[in-house]
Design a protein around this ligand. Sequence first.
Ligand SMILES: Nc1ncnc2c1ncn2[C@@H]1O[C@H](COP(=O)(O)OP(=O)(O)OP(=O)(O)O)[C@@H](O)[C@H]1O
Ligand SMILES: [Mg+2]
Length: 498
Amino acid sequence: MEGNLLVRVEGVSKRFSGVPALQNVHFDLYAGEVHALLGENGAGKSTLMKIISGAYTRDSGDLYIKGEPVGDLTPLSAQRLGIGIIHQELNLCPHLSVAENIYLNREIASFGITDRKKQNSAAKKYLDTLKLDVDPDTLVRELPVSKQQMVEICKTLSMNAQVIIMDEPTSALTDKEIDDLFNVIKMLKSEGRGIIYISHRLEELSRIVDRVTILRDGRYIKTLDFAKTTLEEIISYMVGRNLSEKFPRIAVSRGEKALEVKNLSSPRGVGVKDVSFELYRGEIVALAGLMGAGRSETARAVSGADRMSAGEIFLEGRKITIKNVRSAIKEGLYCIPEDRKKDGLCIKMTLAENITLPSLEIISRFGVIRRGKEVEKATKMKDALKIKTPGIGQCAANLSGGNQQKVVVGKWLMRNAKVVIFDEPTRGIDVASKIEIYNIINELKKQGIGVMFVSSELPEVLGMSDRILVMCNGRITANLETKNTNQEEILKYATQYA
Ligand SMILES: Nc1ncnc2c1ncn2[C@@H]1O[C@H](COP(=O)(O)OP(=O)(O)OP(=O)(O)O)[C@@H](O)[C@H]1O
Ligand SMILES: [Mg+2]
């Protein structure tokens, strides 16, 4: 068996400015297996993968690739050793084409000049493998996040890597794309490659995973055969305790009408057409549907991120005009966006600055930011959301993916809102932190705020909402009481073209 060992990590440790991110961690990967690396946000998963793929160097411990001990790697030397990684936060160049991204720094050239035609047809081969219907000449910035994710995967495939690391590859994919990806993973496995798979969507593991290794707080906890364990056992190792309830539902009596949207249309994406709905104080409404149904577009148009081409919005019975995000915020209507890197987070600013950014007038006096107030407010939010980081002065770029998401949520919670709309609030968030986000949503509900959330995860939709609006093809196809419906009914309306 030893001969088939592609990667072995022995007692690896890593600190960032003195704070340990990994302590004495073990991990191994055999040819032909899918090995999941699991743990809560900030557990050290991405850090370990960056060490194996040469982006970070370890402080101590041993690393063996195909049985050979290796010293410090660089991304290039790791790539030469057959290690490919698909990063959690996408790493593509938005202004370059799909093919240019796939072959970046490895351009296919004839006589020293990039041969676009050859390169495009080479790229096309990998796009076809993933059943990705995209022209290799398309600029990456024109693609939705899910397609960008698939391009990243093509890029790694094209490097012919023997070890393929996927750091949350499915967090932005549609169900259909996930099926295609899993088929590719099975194919790679049958070719004798090893796949390291990181995901917070534990339900999907059973479809592809052979073994799991669990990290907690930067420490190695256990490696298990997937077939011989249960999700409950895995979760208890991840969080170090038994979780009580996955969906902490609370009962709040419904108040007055908080929001009313009448005949809203917006040209973006699939095109939102003639959408009308109501949202009451103390109520949680889920906006369900398949990827591309127009859910995010609806949220964006209502909250001023996109232009509405028709329609009216009433807040607490009063007609309001929303010109842009700023005017929506002034009225007390917030949307917490889906794409945290692009819309939600200033990656170069600190945690404290990010959290207080929308609330500058609250922490300022005569136009000057009172640092004491900033620290106080940000610390409170960091503790409330259990954001894992050594301090609020930490740069947002250095937070783990899930903790970045909590910052995006946190910055809006400081405001006094009438209506809050969340777009995929728990994407990339671990099981225990999901419950923390649900508790925040409940807290808003208790305060009599109207809450709406867009989610692609039906258990979450059914577990947390009072009412469900289903969208399909830009229109609302159903308005369902959560307690009287089920998964099948929602799916029926989600695929029914109105
Ligand atoms: N470049 C960096 N500088 C400082 N701290 C860092 C850096 N990279 C990671 N960390 C810290 O190391 C710890 C582990 O982070 P890591 O990104 O490995 O977590 P993760 O398990 O991938 O979490 P998630 O599920 O949220 O993606 C975190 O506390 C994080 O803040
Ligand atoms: Mg990570």
